[in-house]
Design a protein around this ligand. Structure first.
Ligand SMILES: Nc1ncnc2c1ncn2[C@@H]1O[C@H](COP(=O)(O)OP(=O)(O)O)[C@@H](O)[C@H]1O
Ligand SMILES: N[C@@H](CCC(=O)OP(=O)(O)O)C(=O)O
Length: 395
């Protein structure tokens, strides 16, 4: 963590971080509600303009594509602020607690937000594209391919994708709520070289930044550097969601994909993108797992549970086999085919997560039966695995 280093060692380390940041060609930048709104609610236009300016003026005519910053970068912006932007127009004094009012505020605010971005980027001759995503869009394979295609095409067409969660259709159970985790998943989706998380605090601190004795953490190399850190909830703005908890979780997800993360304040965006030693730098993990399986483990919220008998646990965990109906003793949840589910052992502990091939209502009639028996009784479609081993990740 921020263990003090000798002068030359610190300089060498700063240089390595600067090189990693400045070499990043595709960058996902996430900005939180707290950095885009005024103390009295509503969008802080000058802060939004400053962010857009920080993301770079277009390259000279005839040079690199206009979706890139002056130094040739592709930028995807993940922006919160829809709910906060919708408060004042609806006469709401503070962020509502209930989902329906939050959704109404997001519905009003998202249009205002994207309108403001369109105007701000237009000052630099650049076009923006709105991309609203749900959890499903970044977790279900068919959907995240769609999301990837859209983002890739926007970048190819030289527009700046501006991503937010699709708040108006997300339900309490399936919503991210904060945009930090969404930003990490978008970074993984577009295979970004860098994720920059911008908030109203300049870095991760060892504890609440307003508490005497708290110190800025300059870098996080691994989990050990987070031991003893008081990772707290939302700040004073009253419009943020998740606080440092979701930012550190987002950093874990991104670095697990091999993507370095800089966490700092919106006012330091220019310095952060230039690789200056500001904020907190999270080093990427060296071993990059198979993307899709890592995705399954981190991006998905299970929609149900399959209870395995000991033989099935041994087959799935020990021998990396597919899960067949014969090894399942019970089913919980209301999932449909393609949903992520947890596979749990006899004590109820999750041992794996996978994409299920059946609807929950179909499974009770199949449990404990061999695939040959099922195929003979119900037809060849019932010979399929409940979870294929290629769609399984051990937890
Ligand atoms: N250890 C910590 N280091 C830094 N900030 C922290 C810490 N614990 C809690 N916070 C709070 O997290 C807040 C940022 O999160 P949040 O309010 O969700 O903002 P955003 O809208 O940018 O997502 C900061 O204002 C800060 O008060
Ligand atoms: N999608 C929501 C984001 C909610 C939120 O507050 O997120 P954040 O400020 O990133 O913690 C919105 O646009 O209001």
């Amino acid at each position: 963590m921020g263990t003090p280093k000798g002068g030359s060692e610190a300089t060498a380390q700063n240089r390595r971080v600067r090189d990693a940041v400045t070499a990043a060609r595709r960058v996902v930048v996430k900005i939180g509600s707290s950095s885009l709104t005024t103390a009295t609610g509503g969008l802080a236009d000058e802060r939004l303009d400053a962010l857009v300016d920080a993301l770079g003026a277009p390259p000279p005519a005839g040079a690199a594509p206009a979706s890139r910053t002056a130094d040739g970068r592709e930028v995807v912006l993940v922006s919160s602020g829809a709910i906060a932007a919708g408060l004042a127009p609806l006469g709401l004094a503070r962020r509502p607690r209930d989902l329906a009012t939050q959704q109404a505020a997001a519905s009003v605010g998202q249009g205002l937000l994207i309108g403001r971005y369109a105007a701000a980027f237009a000052r630099h001759g650049r076009t923006v594209g709105q991309v609203l995503l749900t959890v499903d869009d970044v977790t279900r394979r068919a959907h995240y391919r769609n999301a990837y295609r859209t983002l890739r095409k926007l970048l190819d067409l030289r527009a700046v994708p501006i991503v937010n969660e699709n708040d108006t259709v997300a339900t309490e159970e399936i919503r991210f709520g904060d945009n930090d985790r969404l930003a990490a998943l978008v970074a993984a989706l577009v295979d970004a070289d860098l994720l920059v998380l911008l908030s109203d605090v300049d870095a991760l601190w060892t504890g609440d930044p307003s508490r005497p004795g708290s110190r800025r953490i300059a870098e996080v190399r691994d989990e050990a550097d987070l031991a003893g850190v008081d990772i707290g909830g939302t700040g004073r703005s009253g419009v943020g969601t998740g606080g440092m908890v979701t930012k550190v979780e987002a950093a874990r997800i991104a670095t697990g994909f091999g993507i370095p993360v800089v966490l700092t304040s919106a006012t330091q965006a220019v310095a952060a993108l230039a690789g200056e030693p500001v904020g907190t730098y999270f080093h990427p993990s060296l071993r990059r797992p198979a993307a899709r399986l890592f995705w399954l483990a981190h991006a998905t919220s299970p929609r149900g549970r399959l209870h395995l008998d000991p033989g099935a646990v041994a087959a799935v965990v020990g021998r990396r086999k597919s899960l067949l109906p014969a090894g399942i003793t019970a089913v919980d949840g209301a999932f449909t085919a393609g949903d992520p589910v947890d596979l749990v052992d006899t004590s109820g502990a999750p041992v794996a997560r996978g994409l299920v091939n059946y609807d929950a209502v179909e499974l009770p009639g199949l449990l404990g039966r061999s695939t040959a028996d099922l195929a003979a009784a119900l037809g060849p479609a019932y010979e399929r695995e409940v979870v294929h081993r290629d769609d399984l990740v051990l937890l």
